[in-house]
Design a binder for this molecule. Structure first.
Ligand code: 6R9
Length: 664
């Protein structure tokens, strides 16, 4: 399971000897925020480099005097005696400095409605929302669930929570009622902010029913119940209403005061919890705190995207339900006073050029997106972006999964006009902010490689015994020194935090990714080494989907693998053994198709549409080792239509023949 070579696709391995190199142009280098001197400074200053950035990027209510306290490792404390407020840093600071008239958000709804929101406007809205939350009894330290589409209100809701020191936990709007329920229970949240629905693929979808269902199914032994649900009216669709707990967002906002005193909190006060897939079925509530997280989010946004707040128009296409939306839609850009675009919908609504039309319309200069989107656009053909003026773009970023060199080249040539730097940024929900990336004004970029750790970050590739691998070698990606935005734990489960990240190697952080170092020392990411899949840049747990399948009456056993997919990176493929009567019903094609469809819908309902298996294969047996471990490697061979690899460690070596025979 933890053998990295197993996970590196042959295609990627061949490309590790990439010879193409794209140094920054002289003009770009001359104006770049991050320079070679910055990297040297980080080396010289050590930890104090981050103290410098914390002072430079943020405004502190009480200045800190301590930088890092690692005495309670692996729980770090950064800038612990300082106090600050995240919303104050994102808004008040700019308004006080006379930047209130600057546009913070150009909002573009999928149906074509738009809103322009200045920093003044955003401060007013966040202040109202903070007052409204406090009027509902939300106090510093209380957790609030946010379950919204991509709206201005989503940003307002997050910052309003931050303003009163109430950690938010955003649940992606594409997740099911069941996923929502488990997160409400785990976080112990008593207030939810949601919407009637949103727009996607040209039609309204509903969100409120999932909230109602999640609340109705809360286990009273685990949870005291939801006191209030604030509902943003986005589509105007009918919603079921519970007078005793439901309130319209706009009504609560109307009656709230436009002035609000932020609650200044200690640097280590929890800012948010964000759930992510782990290797077991249960999602992990990744905990981030305030001072260190904001420092690195703001610093990396400034250094990696080369942000010039007065002139750039920045667009990160991530949803706020993911960490990228937290760090690079909400906290990083707003702290840096950026002007940004937020788009509600899908890239092909009402036509396949929608994104490029938005770039043209708002003169977007920095674009940050995921390889899966780039590959989708490649598939649709360059004549789509070619119809739009993309000359405003001056920097492109990629995140979420390895970007294959051809997609990198296409991105730079077709979207970037052959001249923009492309930054491939590696990081995780757990790292909070970017860790590995080229510096756009310094690094000669190499297609497909995230290249080198950022200034102030210590990353290594190690073998099983934690020794650094030499150039040309492969192994596990680790972070060998604490960093400001690192997770402070898994909500309510310190043991799982230690076990997951700190037990594989002593005192160094195990990221769960395989990596190689090429002959120049550049780092190439090779995908997960655990049972986590990456579908369109979203992390999904094989175990979680297997548990969901097995929970269905028809399924006796299930094994899930991520099979290579041209567009989504990986696709979910499930192998299931059916129970007696269902197995009989699945004998003919029609019966099998009906059960396959039922199972796909079942997974979508339990976890969310993104977890829905692309294919479900009904098999008589699963390949297992003598210790009972499913050999997913062999199933991946089947799912990817390859000759099945070495099966000698199987308890029963005839199983693969049986599976292949059954599938024809
Ligand atoms: C930010 C984010 C984290 C996992 C990570 C890795 C993969 C992210 C990548 C990348 C190769 C990159 N990943 N960026 N792999 N190159 N530039 O995506 O967070 O959702 O927690 O996923 O995504 O496998 O471990 P998260």
């Amino acid at each position: 399971m933890s053998n990295t070579t197993e996970n590196s696709s042959p295609a990627l391995s061949n490309l590790l000897s990439e010879a193409r190199s794209f140094p920054p142009s002289e003009e770009f280098a001359a104006q770049a925020n991050a320079t070679a001197a910055l990297a040297r400074e980080a080396d010289e200053r050590g930890e104090e480099f981050w103290a410098d950035q914390a002072r430079k990027m943020l405004s502190w209510h009480t200045p800190f005097t301590q930088t890092l306290d690692w005495s309670r490792a692996p729980v770090a404390r950064w800038f612990a005696d300082g106090t600050l407020n995240a919303a104050y840093n994102a808004l008040d600071r700019h308004v006080k400095a006379g930047r209130g008239k600057r546009v913070a958000i150009h909002f573009e709804g999928e149906p074509g409605d738009t809103r322009t929101v200045t920093y003044d406007d955003l401060l007013t809205e966040v202040s109202r929302a903070a007052n409204a939350l406090q009027a509902l009894g939300v106090q510093t330290g209380d957790r609030v669930i946010i379950y919204l589409p991509m709206l201005v209100e989503s940003v307002v809701a997050m910052l309003a929570c931050a303003r009163i020191g109430a950690p938010h936990s955003v649940v992606f709007g594409g997740f099911s009622a069941e996923a929502l329920r488990s997160r409400i229970e785990d976080a112990g949240a008593r207030v939810i902010i949601t919407a009637d629905g949103g727009y996607r693929r040209g039609a309204p979808f509903a969100l409120k029913p999932a909230v109602d269902e999640a609340i109705a199914t809360l286990n009273p032994d685990n949870h005291p119940g939801i006191s209030h649900v604030l509902v943003v009216q986005r589509t105007g669709q009918e919603v079921e209403w519970h007078d005793e707990r439901d309130l319209w967002w706009h009504e609560a906002m109307e009656s709230a005061d436009i002035r609000h005193e932020p609650t200044f909190v200690e640097a280590e006060h929890p800012l948010f919890i964000l759930y992510t897939s782990g290797t077991t079925g249960r999602p992990k509530g990744i905990l981030h705190t305030t001072g260190g997280y904001l420092t690195q989010a703001a610093f990396t946004h400034w250094a990696v995207f080369d942000l010039k707040a007065e002139t750039d128009v920045y667009w990160c296409t991530a949803d706020i339900g993911w960490i990228t939306g937290h760090s690079y839609v909400v906290y990083g850009p707003l702290i840096n006073g950026a002007t940004q675009v937020i788009y509600e919908g899908t890239p092909d609504t009402p036509h396949r050029g929608r994104w490029w039309e938005i770039v043209q319309k708002y003169k977007v200069s920095i674009l940050y997106t995921a390889p899966t989107a780039i590959r989708t656009y490649m598939k649709w053909g360059e004549e789509v972006p070619d119809q739009f003026d993309l000359t405003s773009l001056r920097l492109l970023g990629s995140v979420g999964e390895p970007i294959n060199p051809e997609a990198w080249m296409w991105y730079r040539r077709v979207i970037g006009g052959g001249s923009t730097p492309v930054v491939d940024t590696w990081w995780q929900t757990e790292t909070g902010a970017i860790m590995i990336s080229p510096l756009p004004g310094v690094t000669a970029a190499k297609p497909g490689s995230a290249q080198s750790p950022l200034p102030g970050i210590a990353v290594d590739v190690v073998d099983d015994d934690a020794n650094s691998v030499p150039a040309g070698g492969g192994g596990y990606l680790v972070v060998s020194k604490p960093w400001p935005a690192m997770l402070r734990g898994i909500w309510g489960d310190l043991d799982r935090f230690k076990e997951t990240y700190w037990s594989r190697f002593k005192n160094i952080y195990f990221a769960g990714d395989g990596a190689k170092r090429d002959d120049d020392g550049d780092i190439w990411l090779l995908g997960r080494v655990d049972d986590v899949m990456n579908v369109s840049g979203h992390r999904l747990s094989t175990t979680e989907i297997e548990s969901s399948l097995v929970a269905h009456d028809a399924v006796a056993e299930a094994a899930v693998v991520g099979a290579a997919d041209e567009t989504t990176g990986q696709a979910v493929v499930a192998f299931v053994i059916l129970r007696g009567e269902f197995a009989a019903a699945a004998q003919d094609d029609e019966g099998a198709a009906a059960i396959q469809e039922q199972l796909r819908t079942h997974v979508a309902r339990q976890i969310g549409p993104i977890a829905k298996p692309r294919r479900i294969l009904i098999v008589p047996e699963l390949p297992k080792t003598r210790s009972g471990k499913i050999m997913r490697r062999l199933l991946r061979d089947v799912a990817e239509n390859r000759t099945v690899g070495d099966a000698t460690t199987l308890a029963d070596s005839s199983v693969m023949a049986l599976i292949k025979g059954k599938l024809g």
